[in-house]
Design a binder for this molecule. Structure first.
Ligand SMILES: [Zn+2]
Ligand SMILES: [Zn+2]
Length: 874
């Protein structure tokens, strides 16, 4: 039974209704089904603190397109959803919320804090899920997981203890990124580098042997409190005699050696650098090579500690000020210069990061990186576009051990236990109270928790039930496609690959589809500080989710950044309107319950069916290659132009004529094309296609679970395709001709003159389409032209003539041409006057003179042609 369609397409009304219908029908369910091929995508878990932004909108639209396409292509498709606890992002938020109520973390204690954090999660953690639903995401929501839920926490315990047993996890003192405000280690991913205007302080360090000074320059003078060497390049001849000698740190008055190390850049500054192993990553490495002492001068909250002598207790920047003053008084401050440098700040609190040496837990990377490199080289793992595999390889080939501990409470607590009586360290999946070495009960668990990426690294298999060997895990793993942005190839993609290879022996996914960033219309990154962010939910409210999805996809090259324009989303909404109106037109012409047969297909029917067939193959092929942008472009072109603007216009006469014997085949073709384009467009614009589909009697099923169209050899009609294209070409040319003559809507007669039998036959059979579309009242096909005045268009092997007087008003045209002749005469006179003036020709630059000559030639040419036209008319 067909249903009514509203006159106007209003996305707001249909989208919620359709989404509920999908949920109720269970269409999103990914079932273990041995008769079907599995297809699985795991969602990049959004943070529970997250709000849907344009990046999510793009990322999830791409995933939804793939899942819907595969579901319709007969796979058992599972889009596995869930959220990430986002350790530091969430903890910072909760700490801030508590601070507003005057409560600190320490007031609550660990358990009390965790209780508050879970309360927060229950209240706000689902916001982004609701927003994904607005976008149309067809995840299997019954399977939603959370990185801190029981099963995923088991997976974390399992992997931590396995790594530890293998000796891959160890505790060690290393230089890490430290946030003095949040008082935790943070990962490189959380450091934001900002160019800041600062200074370079040039300081003299006296030589112990009394032979003058060594000059160094630093951007962080307070770190000199922890200097343990001065370094020069071994090739630097200026300092050969200095190496091995000692210098004195001013004020601190500690003697430190001068060492030679290739790390030093001879061209930079004086070629002498101070080495502070405890507060700089490069210095840390130099220190290890030369066995230098590591002197930490900072407390965890950014104050100078007891190693800072008289500066102890001063805040780091206050110390800097005082120290510089003291250096100046001492006469060892040479100069202060301006210097722009890259300052690392914490992305959550914007506090300047301090590199610090801390005892932390690390995961040894060299052994784990190798198999992850191999799977890329063997092609088991593929990047789309391929150029991103370079980033993946670069990171893996230069990987350092991963610092996995964080001084946070919101996260997976490290399952390590310390015996206070015998210093025994134990790692256990179960909670321990007794030392397994000395039997003491003085056992306490490590206070730290794991880096949030440790659990998201397990996401593709932990969400499917691993470490249990569940039916889902056996059926859906390895998953098929991962869709993500290029910015987290290192932090997430690499870690999923090596974790999966280590624990399951398989790649976690076969294809990694990388997309770009969504930028503003000027190409700038959307950011809070610029205030240029566009809220996808507002766009959905205004134009509909389908329009937003379509505008994010259409025309974009794989992996490239996108500029977002409201206008594009508006255009996508207009496209939806066009489809709606065309569908409504077809619906009004369908007789309820009637089955139309395609037995009497005309040239036009065959043409559109053949085009549809090609489109089907084209869209399927490009989806398989993850080239989404071109699919959307081709779909829009076909639906809007070929189907609505050409085909529907062509068949109207047949529909309106009850006696036309091809009327039924026109209806058959309209319905067949509409049904298939709704299916092909469904992954891109799921709501409107579902709504239209359900208005027709296309069978009971919804389009979401309908069968994806297949290419059909029997529907290739090359001859008819060419013929209609020829007719279209003639129509377009005639429309142009009439428009140029100033009478775009004028009805005229037309005569095709050709000796080509094929062309003749095409236009004899297609005459009615040609006449309808080109506004022709009388059309003849002849071999020889009569002696009359015509305006002509050229086809391959013939010309079409339109009698001149039918297009233009002779008297008016004569007037216009006379005016034109007058204007040209004036121009010619002016230009030749100039060129006959000797002083112009000899004094003006050659270029100007030549330009004038060209102008004159052009005017003379135009004059001749206008004169000829005028003669013809008179
Ligand atoms: Zn911080
Ligand atoms: Zn013990």
């Amino acid at each position: 039974m067909k249903k009514e369609m509203e006159t106007r397409y209003s996305p707001k009304e249909i989208e919620n209704k359709i989404y509920s219908a999908w949920m109720e029908s269970g269409s999103f369910k990914g079932e273990v089904d041995s008769k079907k091929e599995p297809y699985c995508i795991v969602i990049p878990p959004p943070n529970i603190t997250g709000q849907l932004h344009m990046g999510h909108a793009l990322d999830n639209t791409l995933q939804d397109i793939l899942i819907r396409y595969k579901r319709m292509s007969g796979h058992s498709a599972l889009w596995q959803p869930g959220t990430d606890h986002a350790a530091i992002a969430t903890e910072v938020k909760i700490v801030k919320m508590l601070a507003e109520k005057g409560i600190s973390k320490d007031d609550l204690g660990r358990d009390g804090f965790m209780e508050k954090a879970w309360e927060w999660k229950e209240e706000y953690g689902g916001t982004i899920i609701g927003q994904l639903k607005k976008l149309g995401a067809s995840c299997d929501w019954d399977r939603e997981r959370f990185t801190l839920d029981e099963g995923l926490s088991d997976a974390v315990l399992e992997t931590f203890s396995k790594y530890y047993e293998k000796g891959l996890i160890y505790r060690g003192a290393k230089l890490i990124n430290w946030c003095p405000t949040c008082m935790t280690t943070i990962s490189e991913a959380e450091v934001e580098y900002e160019e800041k205007a600062g200074h370079m302080w040039h300081i003299k360090y006296p030589r112990v042997d009394g032979n003058g000074y060594v000059e160094i320059a630093t951007t962080r003078p307070e770190t000199m409190l922890g200097d343990t060497a001065i370094a020069v390049n071994p090739k630097d001849e200026r300092y050969t005699d200095l190496v091995g000698k000692n210098v004195i740190i001013p004020i601190v008055n500690r003697e430190i050696p001068v060492i030679a190390d290739n790390y030093v850049d001879m061209e930079f500054g004086t070629g002498c650098v101070k080495i502070t192993p405890a507060h700089d990553p490069n210095d840390f490495e130099v220190g290890l090579r030369h066995d230098l002492e590591q002197i930490n001068v900072l407390t965890d909250d950014g104050y100078i500690n007891k190693n800072g002598g008289k500066y102890e207790g001063q805040e780091r920047y206050e110390c800097r000020k005082n120290l510089v003053k003291d250096l100046e008084d001492l006469g060892v401050l040479v100069k202060i210069t301006d210097h722009v440098h890259n300052v690392g700040t914490h992305d959550r609190c914007h506090c300047t990061i301090e590199p610090m040496i801390k005892t932390q837990w690390f995961l040894k990377m060299s052994e784990l990186a190798k198999p992850a490199i191999d799977v890329l080289k063997s092609g088991e793992l593929r990047f789309h576009p391929d150029r991103f595999s370079k980033i993946y390889l670069h990171w893996l080939e230069n990987i350092r051990d991963w610092c996995i501990s964080r001084q946070l409470w919101w996260g997976h607590r490290i399952p390590a236990y310390y015996c206070d009586d015998c210093d025994n360290i134990m790692v256990s999946k179960e909670h321990l109270c007794t030392c397994d070495k000395c039997g003491s009960k003085n056992v306490r668990q490590d206070e730290d928790s794991l880096d949030t990426w440790f659990s998201s690294a397990l996401w593709p298999f932990s969400t499917l039930g691993w470490p249990k060997n569940t039916e889902e895990f056996k059926y859906f793993f390895p998953t098929n496609t991962l869709v993500t942005g290029y910015d987290i190839i290192f932090f997430w993609v690499i870690r999923m690959v090596f974790s999966s290879l280590e624990f399951t022996g398989k790649v976690p996914f076969k294809d990694v589809v990388i997309h770009g960033l969504v930028r503003d219309s000027q190409g700038r990154k959307m950011s809070k500080s610029l205030g240029n962010g566009i809220d996808p939910l507002e766009e959905i409210e205004k134009y509909g989710a389908d329009a937003l999805r379509f505008s994010l996809i259409k025309g974009n090259a794989p992996g490239s950044d996108i500029r977002y324009y409201h206008e594009r989303t508006e255009a996508a909404r207009n496209f939806a309107n066009k489809l709606w109106n065309a569908s409504r037109f077809i619906l009004m012409n369908v007789e309820d319950g009637k089955e139309y047969k395609g037995e009497n297909l005309t040239m036009a029917d065959k043409w559109i069916l053949s085009k549809l067939n090609a489109l089907t193959r084209n869209v399927s092929d490009h989806l398989e290659k993850y080239d989404f942008g071109i699919c959307a472009t081709n779909l829009e072109h076909f639906i809007w132009e070929e189907f609505c603007d050409w085909y529907i216009e062509m068949v109207k006469v047949r529909l309106y004529n009850e006696d036309d014997e091809t009327r039924e085949s026109a209806m058959y073709t309209l319905l067949k094309v509409l049904k298939d384009v709704l299916k092909l467009l469904h992954p891109f614009m799921p709501f409107i296609t579902e709504e239209i589909y359900s208005s027709f009697d296309f069978g009971d099923e919804m389009v979401i679970v309908s069968e994806w169209p297949k290419f059909d050899e029997g529907l290739v009609f090359a001859k008819e395709e060419n013929e209609i294209e020829e007719v279209k070409d003639a129509v377009k040319q005639i429309r142009n001709l009439k428009a140029e003559a100033g009478s775009p809507f004028k009805k005229t007669s037309a005569i095709l003159i050709t000796e080509d039998a094929e062309l003749k036959s095409t236009f004899e059979r297609a005459g009615k389409y040609f006449m309808l579309l080109s506004n022709t009242t009388d059309f003849k096909v002849v071999e020889k032209a009569e002696e009359r005045e015509y305006l002509s268009i050229a086809l391959g092997n013939g010309i079409i003539n339109i009698p001149l007087e039918e297009i233009i008003d002779r008297d008016k045209e004569i007037e216009r041409l006379k005016g034109e002749i007058k204007r040209l005469e004036g121009e010619i006179k002016r230009a030749s006057g100039k060129l006959n003036n000797e002083s112009f020709v000899s004094k003006a630059p050659e270029k100007v003179v030549n330009e004038e000559r060209e102008k004159l030639a052009k005017y003379e040419e135009m004059f001749k042609s206008v004169e000829a036209s005028l003669k013809k008319l008179q």
